[in-house]
Ligand binder design. Structure first.
Ligand code: HEC
Ligand code: HEC
Length: 318
């Protein structure tokens, strides 16, 4: 916890986040020990080659770390890809990019067809970044794919590697609970993410800690809005540098509390909440459309698109 002031005042918030994330590494390998799954270690960041291909990899890494700066036309919030795919997309148990690269093209129930990697990346911009889909042949997608391809060098294709995704948690002993979740949040999360889950920006407007809900967060179409996905992410990775320290029940409860708040609208919403619920929501772990604390989530969310449409603070994001 001594590191917090450093984080808040650090010239580069991201460097701070990653530095802490790296410290967290020794605590992480629970995920990497998944029985039977092959291990893989990506090449170090300083091994990116010279030349035009290496330049694309470096641009991809920049986009990944500072999404609002290097892909500003597609990012609707202050998050970065690395806000959730920690340590620049390297960290096992935080859906690392080297493990993702070898799993596409793949069928996804979310949209009912086989998705290329490009389409998967487009979805991240539209939902997690509350933004706009870059064209599949855009420089942004080509650079991100180059970064991922380089990181996966030597990994077997079509194999689920140890550390892939967010390690799923078993069902909690007790139903996740908003009030218990709030207590966990106040004790373990507000220091960095703010009392209203709004995150923190430094004096120049640069995001230091990402928002967990509200205008500047991921939208209702993002994977993290599912309580089970959020619980898995939180259990493995939060509080920052102390992943694995919350109990499974605390992780479910705080995930429920986080996802029990409003956030930007699902971009697939066309004016009818019930229709959107029917088509895209409604699972047990999906709070969209539910009444929590007297508020029907999704009923009057800010429109999707965030700062691209003027509906979130136009903070600079590095
Ligand atoms: C708010 C958190 C968040 C942000 C920000 C985010 N993602 Fe993700 N990402 C997720 C979650 C959660 C999943 C998996 C869950 C799902 O598919 O529903 C995921 C899945 C992925 C996958 C597939 C992983 C696999 O193993 O199949 C890729 C690739 C990916 N994201 C890339 C990106 C890129 C590139 C960006 C930035 C443009 C980004 N993500 C931003 C949360 C995030
Ligand atoms: C010491 C500061 C700190 C604490 C405490 C902390 N976080 Fe985080 N959190 C971060 C940082 C920084 C990131 C972005 C990851 C990075 O940069 O490495 C992040 C990312 C996240 C994300 C994904 C990005 C987003 O905005 O959706 C979620 C969800 C999250 N934290 C939830 C929590 C929860 C829940 C708690 C409490 C149990 C918590 N965090 C405690 C610093 C913290």
């Amino acid at each position: 916890m001594k590191l917090i002031p450093f984080c808040i005042w650090a010239v580069s918030a991201l460097a701070c986040g990653s530095a802490l994330a790296q410290q967290a590494q020794p605590a992480q390998p629970a995920a990497a020990k998944a029985a039977g799954a092959p291990q893989f270690t990506p090449p170090p960041a300083d091994a990116i080659p010279e030349g035009p291909f290496g330049d694309a990899v470096r641009r991809g890494q920049d986009i990944f770390l500072h999404t609002g700066k290097f892909a500003s036309q597609y990012a609707g919030n202050s998050l970065n890809c690395a806000s959730c795919h920690m340590d620049a997309g390297r960290q096992p148990g935080a859906s690392p990019m080297w493990a993702a690269y070898v799993l596409y093209p793949a069928y996804r129930a979310k949209n009912g067809h086989v998705n290329t990697l490009a389409e998967r990346l487009q979805g991240c911009f539209q939902f997690s970044m509350n933004g706009k889909r870059p064209a599949a042949d855009s420089q942004t997608i080509v650079d991100l794919e180059s970064y991922m391809y380089w990181m996966a060098k030597g990994a077997p294709t079509g194999v689920k590697l140890a550390g892939q995704g967010f390690p799923a948690l078993p069902k909690p002993a007790q139903e996740p609970d908003y009030v218990r979740g709030q207590k966990v949040f106040e004790q373990h999360c507000t220091l960095c993410h703010g009392a209203q889950g709004q995150g923190q920006h430094d004096a120049t407007g640069r995001m230091v800690f990402p928002a967990l809900w509200g205008d500047d967060s991921f939208n209702w179409g993002a994977g993290m809005h599912s309580v089970s996905t959020a619980a898995a992410f939180i259990h493995a990775n939060m509080p920052l540098s102390r992943g694995g320290t919350l109990t499974e029940q605390e992780s479910w409860d705080v995930a429920y509390y986080m996802d029990g708040h409003d956030r930007p609208q699902d971009p697939r919403y066309a004016g009818d909440l019930q229709a959107t619920i029917k088509e895209h929501h409604g699972g047990k772990n999906d709070l969209y459309g539910r009444e929590i604390n007297g508020k029907v989530l999704g009923a009057d969310s800010p429109p999707a698109g965030g700062r691209l449409t003027g509906h979130a603070p136009a903070k600079s994001t590095q």
